[in-house]
Ligand binder design. Structure first.
Ligand code: ZN
Length: 497
């Protein structure tokens, strides 16, 4: 939804290095060419992930604090570091890391103490480091020893002199830089066991080439460019960036330009043709079904990508499902009107205006949900009720929302988050029964496991089509809709409103 576009904008803003001194080639007097962590420290500084304690000093032998570690992990994930109040009594808005601390807590990557404190100035222990890094990069963090073992197996950290991981020991800034650089970029690791064994297509939408960078943000230099349509193999994600290989060059690309399906250069194949059904007589006092249009609104588009996650971008998923949904109306007397059929930006008000402009009768907006906590999942449907002066179709919208929610659940079987009231321009500034479907969470792996497949999206498109039939059959009490279900071998849902 909307807030997600905002999230994306903020995360791009957060690419601007915190600190002052990362843009100019840093040159720390205490990190010379022979320093054990030289390459790793300058790698992180180059990406604005860390900075010196002054223009000329990095202080590699100083202990790293929990607050500093949070800031570095937050910048690694391109989180919005804007300072803000937090849940912790000892981390006020003015703490330099307050934004990162709160965002990482929301993502369950870091946590505070049971007394409500975070202790931002306490030195970080190796055990905490293993957990924080493990959660940032999605390793096994079921326990400190599991996290430590992940780090050792991957060649990110090794044990201490007594043969243990030394989880209670503290860490110096230089060593933390080493562990973090190795986690981000496998080229720094002491073991080479990452496999580039999963493929995605590059899709820049506008035919331009995709920059391959040395690190997971745009401060890192481009070391190559990949043409759209090319298949690349990835090993893992760092936030919204993927560590990939293309033509034997390893590097990072933004996941907004990767997708699991081949970018379409021709339209989706037409479903098998079945003869159009002969409509039943129009009930008295109603307009013929052939005069009814369903407005299909593919959320976001163009410069507004919506949310992204797990290799997917909302605007592409919504357009794909919308186009599939549109095809179902080819076989019935009812018509479909699309607010967009290409990757273009349309304002919410212009979307709402389609009802009057295109003489549509009901409005279904398609979106995917997202949340900072990747465990959030499921399907929900919105309508708007509190501004009858703008959109008077409250009971109609509510009924349509129930049928849409029901068919979405039937299609994908995700968690039922229910039908909700939400004040969204596209619903509020509308003149016909209007709903917004949040198919699932693009930030959740299980949900994207379904929404990322052609078969999944086809099922959803069919479900949304059926929901519009259900609405006319039950709410508008039109028996002449009944034969339309046979075009997809389906039956009415049962009365829900
Ligand atoms: Zn959206």
């Amino acid at each position: 939804m909307k807030k997600l576009a905002v999230c994306l904008t903020l995360s791009l803003a957060a690419l601007v290095p915190f600190g002052q001194d990362s843009k100019a080639a840093a040159n720390f007097t205490d990190v010379g060419t022979t320093h054990r962590a030289q390459a790793e420290i300058y790698y992180l500084v180059e990406g604005g992930i860390t900075s010196g304690v002054s223009e000329t000093r990095f202080a590699p032998e100083q202990q790293v604090t929990r607050g500093q570690a949070a800031a570095m992990l937050g910048r690694t994930l391109n989180l919005n570091g804007e300072q803000r109040p937090t849940n912790f009594k000892d981390v006020g808005k003015n703490n330099f890391a307050s934004g990162y601390i709160q965002q990482l807590v929301d993502k369950k990557i870091i946590s505070g103490y049971t007394d409500g404190s975070f202790k931002p100035d306490k030195t970080l222990s190796r055990g905490e480091m293993a957990l924080f890094i493990g959660r940032t990069f999605d390793y096994n963090t079921s326990s400190v020893s599991a996290a430590a073992s992940s780090l050792m197996k991957k060649g990110i950290a090794s044990g201490v002199a007594d043969g243990t991981f030394g989880e209670a020991q503290t860490i110096k800034r230089g060593d933390f830089a080493v562990f973090l650089s190795r986690s981000i970029n496998a080229d720094f690791r002491t073991a080479d066991n990452e496999k580039f064994d999963r493929n995605l297509y590059v899709d820049t939408k506008d035919g331009s080439k995709l920059n391959l960078r040395t690190g997971p943000n745009t401060s890192y230099p481009s070391i190559g460019s990949i043409p759209t349509g090319k298949i690349v193999s990835y090993a893992y994600f760092v936030g919204d960036w993927a560590y990939i290989t293309s033509d034997n060059v390893k590097g990072f690309v933004h996941t907004a330009y990767l997708q699991s399906d081949k970018p379409s250069d021709k339209p989706d194949p037409t479903p098998p043709v079945t003869p159009p059904v002969k409509p039943d007589p129009t009930p008295p006092g109603k307009k013929p079904l052939s005069d009814i249009s369903v407005i299909i609104d593919a959320g976001h588009g163009g410069s507004d990508p919506g949310s992204s996650g797990n290799g997917y971008i909302e605007k592409n998923i919504t357009l794909n499902v919308a186009k599939k949904m549109e095809k179902y109306y080819d076989k019935v007397p009812m018509k479909a009107i699309m607010t967009r059929t290409t990757d273009t930006y349309i304002s919410p008000a212009a979307r709402g205006a389609y009802a009057s402009k295109g003489k549509g009768d009901i409005f279904v907006s398609i979106h995917t949900n997202s949340f900072t906590d990747a465990s959030a999942n499921g399907t929900e449907t919105y309508y708007y009720t509190r501004s009858a002066a703008v959109n008077p179709n409250v009971s109609q919208s509510k009924a349509l929302a129930k049928y849409v929610q029901n068919r979405q659940l039937e299609a994908w079987g995700l968690t039922d988050r229910g039908v909700k009231i939400k004040n969204l321009a596209v619903l509020r500034e509308n003149t016909v029964p209007a709903v917004l479907a949040e198919l699932g969470f693009i930030s959740n792996k299980k949900d994207t496991g379904i929404m990322g497949t052609e078969a999944g999206r086809e099922k959803m498109a069919k479900g949304l089509f059926l929901a519009t039939l259900d609405y006319y059959y039950y709410y508008e009490n039109r028996k002449d809709v009944l034969p339309l279900y046979s075009t997809v071998n389906a039956t009415p849902s049962g009365k829900l409103h």
